[in-house]
Design a protein around this ligand. Structure first.
Ligand SMILES: [Zn+2]
Ligand SMILES: [Zn+2]
Length: 252
């Protein structure tokens, strides 16, 4: 819970403030635990629990982390992602798929599994979707920041900058045009929910059209079956949208 999720745990020792009494980083603690125990269990996080739809690019750290756990006598991992009943989180479907593959084989070919999932889910628009995830990851690296399990947009990297959002919007438009059928189009629109939230958050309260955008976004959340949108603090779709009608940040 203290670890940065953008960078591999064994390499990034920046903590969100949590520290063991020893003052060690989590990675140092785990290496010491290896000396005294041959059966360790990990509870890990892969979403922004503040707001599941905030872009939280953590997939690239899954494999190095899983390999690091295995090297250090970890026998079981509980990987906690988005826990709303309707799903709904940044990149959450792909993350779940890759984590499942890594649980079978920590040395599996992640790049191959990533493309097989994206092609099965988005058809020929897979490469556009991959480009969007890559843009967000690159912007996170460029920000020089670390990503933790619960962060408001204004204390992360204030969300990706406007240029990235505009570029990703264009990529989503292209992906939607490439959709081969209605099922694929619906999946792309679902994957697009996070960026629409970012766009609404960036508009000042009272800006013409903001309330209409928010109403449509709320209806789409309900249509996709979204329920809990974040649990630190817990907020469902209606509570979040009520809050957003008054404020630009999603954090009460
Ligand atoms: Zn980091
Ligand atoms: Zn906060």
């Amino acid at each position: 819970i203290e670890c940065c999720e953008l960078h591999p745990i064994a390499e990034c020792h920046v903590s969100n403030g949590g520290k063991s009494p020893s003052g060690n980083s989590f990675a140092e603690d785990l290496r010491e635990w290896k000396q005294v125990c041959n059966r360790l269990y990990i509870w890990d996080y892969s979403a922004n629990f503040h707001m599941y739809l905030y872009p939280h690019p953590t997939l690239q750290a899954f494999q190095p982390n899983m390999q690091f756990f295995v090297e250090n006598n970890v026998k079981g991992v509980f990987h906690e992602g988005v826990d709303g009943s309707g799903g709904g989180g940044y990149c959450t479907e792909l993350k779940a798929y890759i984590m499942a593959k890594l649980m079978w084989n920590p040395n599996c070919d992640v790049a191959r599994h990533e493309m097989e999932f994206l092609v099965a889910t988005y058809g020929i628009a897979a490469y556009k979707m991959k480009e969007i995830f890559d843009e967000i990851l690159a912007s996170a690296y460029r920000s020089g920041r670390h990503f933790f399990f619960a962060m408001a947009a204004n204390h992360t990297f204030t969300a990706p900058d406007d240029n990235i959002l505009i570029k990703c919007c264009r990529l989503f438009d292209e992906a939607e045009r490439m959709a081969e059928n209605d099922d694929i189009l619906k999946r792309i629109k679902k994957a697009r929910m996070w960026i629409r939230l970012m766009e609404i958050c960036k508009l000042p309260v009272g800006e013409p059209g903001r309330d209409v955008k928010l109403d449509i976004w709320e209806q789409d959340c309900v249509a996709f079956g979204y329920d809990v949108m974040g649990c630190a603090p817990q907020m469902n779709v209606a509570e979040l949208c009520t809050f957003l009608r008054e404020k630009s940040d999603t954090h009460p």
